[in-house]
Design a binder for this molecule. Structure first.
Ligand code: ADE
Length: 418
């Protein structure tokens, strides 16, 4: 880049991903991304699942550009453009006295940006990477351009990038209020409780191998809205009551109600997918086996120990009530789904302390695990059906990263670092 003496100004941020426990499925406005019902999610620990994004502005940049995980991608999509436009509209004066940089708010309309983003988990694994990505983009652009809007307003902008991104604007448990206004101005996220409120929950994600090409959420939702009579019933009659009950369960740390609501809502979302013409199948045999494992265990205990929820893909998200239950859960999961390769380190990622709690230090320990007592056919094992597990917990919302080592754009060249 022939910058000469021209400056490059950067900001870097990190945003977590989130998992809905009352699902968002179906839009009442496709362009503005306005949902047909409220939804509730838990934000995951950003150490395990997050996007880090650096945004840079310079008078030397001839156009807006973006790199995702080191590869340049087209910024032509309407969703990126909506987020950029909405943040530029709200930009304010910025001054860096030390470097002699002065940007007036009207200058931001002419300044182009370079964006480099990196996900600390596989982008194509169906783990809502776009939720973390768009929340991070909006948050970090807001910092660069000195935007003064509150988090609710920022969540409404992130929503226009990817609906569920609005919920990644906060940590802890978050509600996306569908809103009533035609312009979407009241469709935004609110924090129900922060990440410290219910911090003994443990979240284990089973990344399920899938060779099948999935239906994208965008086209799946559109087909459901157009063809499923069950969706209307769900959105208008079922979800409003569930939202109130879920808010109450979260407030009271009532795991039993939380788990029951989470599981039935995931199952209804997949029922709505089946009710679509043509039907959409997101879960596979492994997903069904995991549901069955949890249901049998919960039934044998008499009260739920674990909740499961599945998004638009076969991966299972399992939420255990505390550190004692997660050990029992992990032992069951590893018994049924031992790793294909002899590499425990890459089979269990994230918070590895859970492994030692479960007394599992090696592949031999997995092979020696006893069958779960509630299992009727204890020799049934499904080696290789789970690619790997991610252990996490409820986590914090977006934050600014100031260390130079986190910056993903080289301030000398203005390009993504190699
Ligand atoms: N889609 C998936 N990951 C993303 C990211 N980090 N930023 C923007 N869009 C994304």
């Amino acid at each position: 880049m022939a910058t000469g003496a021209q400056w490059v100004l950067t900001a870097t941020g990190r945003s977590p991903t989130n998992i809905a426990v009352i699902k968002y499925w179906g839009k009442r406005d496709d362009a503005l991304i306005l949902p047909v019902n409220d939804s509730i999610s838990v934000t995951l620990d950003p150490d395990h699942l997050s996007a880090t994004t650096t945004v840079a502005a310079s008078p030397a940049f001839p156009s807006d550009r973006m790199w995702l995980n080191g590869k340049e991608i087209a910024l032509s999509g309407g969703r990126f453009q909506s987020c950029l436009r909405e943040i530029r509209k709200r930009a304010r004066d910025v001054e860096d006295e030390k470097r002699g940089i002065k940007i007036k708010k009207e200058d931001w309309e002419k300044l182009h940006v370079h964006i480099a983003s990196y996900n600390n988990f596989p982008t194509a694994a169906g783990l809502a990477s776009s939720a973390a990505g768009f929340a991070c983009l909006v948050f970090t652009l807001g910092k660069l351009m000195n935007v003064n809007e509150d988090y609710g307003e920022l969540s409404s902008i992130a929503r226009q990038g990817s609906g569920s991104a609005c919920r990644s604007t906060y940590g802890g448990f978050v509600k996306w209020c569908m809103g009533k206004n035609d312009d979407g101005s009241d469709s935004m996220a609110v924090q129900l409780v922060d990440e410290s409120h219910w911090d003994d929950l443990v979240i284990i994600i089973a990344v399920v191998s899938s060779k099948q090409k999935e239906t994208s959420s965008t086209s799946g939702m559109r087909d459901t809205v157009e063809t499923s009579p069950l969706l209307q019933y769900r959105a208008q009659t079922v979800v409003p009551g569930r939202i109130l009950k879920m808010e109450e369960a979260i407030k009271n740390r009532d795991f039993e109600s939380f788990a029951r609501l989470t599981c039935v809502d995931s199952n209804q979302f997949h029922a709505v997918c089946l009710d679509t013409s043509p039907p959409i199948f997101y879960m596979n045999d492994t997903s069904h086996r995991i549901i069955s494992l949890v249901e049998k265990w919960n039934h044998s205990e008499g009260t739920p120990h674990v909740a499961y929820t599945f998004d638009a893909g076969p991966n299972a998200v399992l939420i255990a009530r505390n550190r004692k239950t997660d050990t029992l859960l992990l032992q069951r999961l590893l018994y049924c789904f031992p790793p294909q390769e002899n590499d425990l380190d890459s089979y269990m990622v994230g918070d590895k302390s859970i492994l030692s709690g479960a007394g599992v230090q090696s592949i031999a320990d997995i092979e020696a695990l006893p069958p779960p007592p509630e299992m009727k056919t204890p020799n049934q094992k499904f080696k290789g059906d789970v690619s790997y597990f991610i252990c996490s917990r409820p986590g914090a919302g977006p934050k600014v990263l100031t260390e130079e080592s986190h910056t993903l754009i080289d301030s000398a060249t203005g390009l993504a670092k190699g």
